[in-house]
Design a protein around this ligand. Structure first.
Ligand SMILES: Cc1cc2nc3c(=O)[nH]c(=O)nc-3n(C[C@H](O)[C@H](O)[C@H](O)COP(=O)(O)O)c2cc1C
Ligand code: SF4
Length: 462
């Protein structure tokens, strides 16, 4: 099936327990990506409402909503907007991060493909709120269909004066352009993205001093937000910040679109109210559970860079609220704080389920191959360490494991995390550190397995 046919498929089943706000219309059989359809469904009403407000009032609503970034770090959007350096007098820029490069993540493209005007409306409200002079959507090179849809949608919006000069007669002007990315994972890191948007190689900048809110695009104050984050702004204007904050749980407001993949019967994307469901619900109820006869082996809770959980492990501690917890994987709340309390993160909202049919060393070798390939090479620990971890795990998976490999891997991971310019250092170290710590027995076992037998298997990644 071609990508277009797949995307055009209608009547995708929506689970009755989903709480669809961002994807409210996306899979309706009578809904399409045109501006006419969007307008028929109340589209751009919130932009009109927002343009009748003062920009600082919109910023306050976003702050009151407590909406946290959906791109990975979960930083509150309203707070980020507050950090904008408005005193410099330089133009302010807004960038939508549509790189969606974290393996396992496929949520932003649903919005872009099926409801592009929602993103444009969210962006124009946000641009007005921060008084941006120019807005950009940086979309990954490998999503040409999404880029085309966005370009067409922007033309439609421009024709109706929803962006461009003197928008809706408000006196405020802001154009929006689509920039196709440079096809590298590191282009998703916000400062790498900015370098790439400036036409350079996507070498991340060191923070401090290069926090985009102060020194971003062309060294001007810049806000970078994820696609899903910016869509939420439209709904915050519709509901009001405080009413939005009633959805979900304190500190974990709104909904989130989870990308569920791996060994479940019903992989897919599910928009769920934050903190109301658990990882167990996502895997067993929304995802339909594991295949017959299979046992859960591991879960990666927030994209391939998140620390892995081993089936059967328990997480104990105290939440910020003071409440004590003792969870199995299945009990961890699906929100921002739950996975963090359980030693990992919700990251990009990509949950990868791994059953007992796969070799866990091969899983790590696969992940390591990705991160080694995607290191930009500026920092020695990341450049050398990621490649070294890849080489060791590939050799182990192919029958050449040595007894000392497990400790060596742990030590390399420990020497990368926290010692690099950007968080790719953590992204490449955390899988190795956590897989080796949690599956130590399986890594040590590799050195005891018959190399002849192992070398006859399929795994050959180089
Ligand atoms: C290596 C790396 C890759 C990233 N890739 C993405 C990405 O593809 N999409 C995204 O929205 N954020 C990505 N991020 C996070 C961004 O740097 C940034 O925090 C985010 O776009 C901010 O948006 P938010 O506050 O709305 O989440 C990445 C971060 C790192 C360190
Ligand atoms: S941590 Fe890795 S990806 Fe990030 S700047 Fe350093 S070398 Fe580049």
């Amino acid at each position: 099936m071609s990508l277009e046919t797949h995307i055009a498929r209608k009547n995708l089943a929506i689970h009755p327990k989903e709480r669809r706000i961002i994807l409210k219309h996306a899979d309706r059989p009578d809904y399409d990506a045109s501006i006419d359809c969007y307008l028929r469904n109340g589209g751009y009403d919130q932009q009109k409402k927002a343009f009748s407000m003062k920009p600082e009032e919109i910023c306050q609503e976003v702050l009151d909503a407590g909406v946290r970034g959906r791109g990975g770090a979960g930083f509150p959007a309203g707070m980020k907007w507050k950090f904008l350096d408005r005193k410099s007098g330089k133009p302010i820029y807004l960038i939508c991060n549509a790189d969606e490069s974290e393996p396992g993540t496929f949520k932003d493209r649903q919005i872009i493909h099926k409801d592009p005007h929602q993103l444009i409306e969210g962006m124009m409200i946000s641009a007005f709120a921060i008084q941006a002079a120019q807005a950009f959507i940086y979309i990954r090179e490998e999503m040409p269909y999404g880029a085309k849809i966005l370009e067409e949608a922007i033309e439609e919006a421009r024709a109706k004066n929803l962006l461009g000069d003197n928008i809706l007669g408000s006196g405020y002007s802001c154009d929006l352009v689509v920039h196709r990315g440079a096809a590298a994972y590191i282009c998703g890191e916000e400062t790498g993205l900015i370098e790439s948007l400036e036409g350079k190689r996507a070498y991340p900048r060191i923070k401090p001093p290069y926090f985009p809110a102060a020194l971003g695009l062309y060294m001007c104050p810049t806000i970078v937000n994820n696609v899903e984050t910016l869509c939420n702004v439209k709904h915050i204007i519709e509901m009001g910040g405080h009413a939005y904050a009633e959805i979900g749980k304190p500190g974990n407001t709104g909904t989130r679109i989870w990308s569920l993949s791996g060994h479940v019967r019903k992989p897919g994307y599910y928009e769920l109210e934050n903190g109301v469901h658990t990882y167990g619900d996502l895997i067993n109820e929304f995802g339909g559970g594991l295949r017959d006869g299979r046992q859960l082996q591991a879960v990666i809770p927030g994209g391939s860079s998140a620390k892995v959980w081993r089936a059967g492990e328990r997480f104990k501690g105290k939440l910020r609220s003071g409440e004590e917890f003792d969870w199995a994987i299945e009990d961890v709340p699906l929100d921002f704080d739950g996975p963090m309390a359980a030693g990992s993160m919700s990251g990009s909202g990509a949950v990868v389920v791994i059953d007992d049919s796969v070799d866990i060393v091969e899983v790590l070798a696969n992940i390591n191959a990705f991160y080694a390939h995607e290191s930009c090479g500026q920092c020695t620990p990341c450049r050398e360490g990621s490649l070294w971890m890849k080489k060791i795990t590939t050799r182990m998976a192919n029958g050449g494991a040595r007894e000392e490999d497990t400790a060596l891997l742990a030590s390399i991971g420990d020497q990368i995390a926290g010692r690099t310019i950007c968080a790719h250092g953590e992204a490449c170290a955390w899988p190795t550190q956590s897989f080796v710590a949690k599956f130590q027995d399986k890594f040590l076992d590799k050195a005891k397995q018959d190399p002849e037998q192992l070398s006859k298997r399929d795994f050959r990644m180089v």
